[in-house]
Each structure stands twice: as C-alpha cells, then as structure tokens.
Design a protein around this ligand. Sequence first.
Ligand code: ZN
Length: 189
Amino acid sequence: MTIDPSRDLGSADALLIVDVQNDFCPGGALPVPGGDRVISILNEWADAAQRAGARVYASRDWHPGDHLSFQSEGGPWPPHCVQDTAGAAFHPELRLPESTVVVSKGTRFDQDQYSAFDETGFAHELSRKGVRRVILGGLAEDVCVRASALDAVKLGFETVLIRAATRAITDDGREQTERELAEAGVAFT
Ligand SMILES: [Zn+2]
C-alpha cells in the first residue's frame, strides 16, 4: 500500500506518533539505533495530516520514578522516560501541530503499558472523533509501535505502519515484528 500524505489523508484518519522522546533517541537512556532518523519523516506526515484535517496524536512513555519496568525494580529496562525529566520530553526536532493530543502511558504502578491503547481510553477517543484509519510510526518498532499497531488492528481500525518512520531495537526484532504485524492485518506504507 502506498499512501501519499499530501493527497490521501482525510478526517477519518489519525496519525499516531509513538514515543519520539529523548530517552529513545541516540544519547538517551534507552536509545533505539537511528531513532532520531524517524523525526523528519514524521514531521512531514504531521504537517500533511494537519492540512488534511486528520487528527494527530503523540504517545509518550511517562513513568513514575521507581516504575516496575525498571531494572532496579526487577523489570527489563534501564530507567527511562521518568515523568517531567528531559529524557521524557519529546525530541526537540519533532514538530507537533498545536492541535496534537498527547497520550500518556506507562503511568500505572501495577503493570507496564507498551501500547497507546492499553487502558488509556485512546480507542474510545478515536471512535468518538470518527477515526477509521490509524497511521503510525515512531519508537520502538519492536516494542511500543508493535503493541500499538496490534491493538489498533484488533480494535477494528484500518492500520498502516509508515515503514520509513520507525526503528527497532534490533534487526531481528524488526523482521519478526513486521512478519507478525503483516499476519495480523497491519498494512505498510
Ligand atoms: Zn517504558
């Protein structure tokens, strides 16, 4: 599938920019290789989405300081994206339209949330706004992008991953994720 962002977007589309935060970019606490390479592409999509009347959402990992997903607490990850720290801020080169709505996740004390849809009410928001198609990119392809895309398609949204606008933690992760997403019915542009 090829979507031309300058021509093919409309009011039933939502652009979801997943976790383009300093900690997931080079120099951050949990950097995704080449993570900052997604930014200019997502800026173009965000501009086009705004012009076309499509909604723009930006998810962010937004952890309490001693979150259970951190290694110090027995979790799998180094501390990252702690609420109100510089690492949790969106990358300074990311240009979000003023109308962008932020979806915070990873705030729960009892479990981690990789997906922007995981008990955030986000699906309800999209339905309420008449969104039928979710187009997404961001970080990391094999973690939070993967989980968000799988939830989107499971919840009945047409779901499209902007392949050039996402990066995985590992090459194996990328391959495995793209196979899994394709099998689940996620399209790629
Ligand atoms: Zn996290």
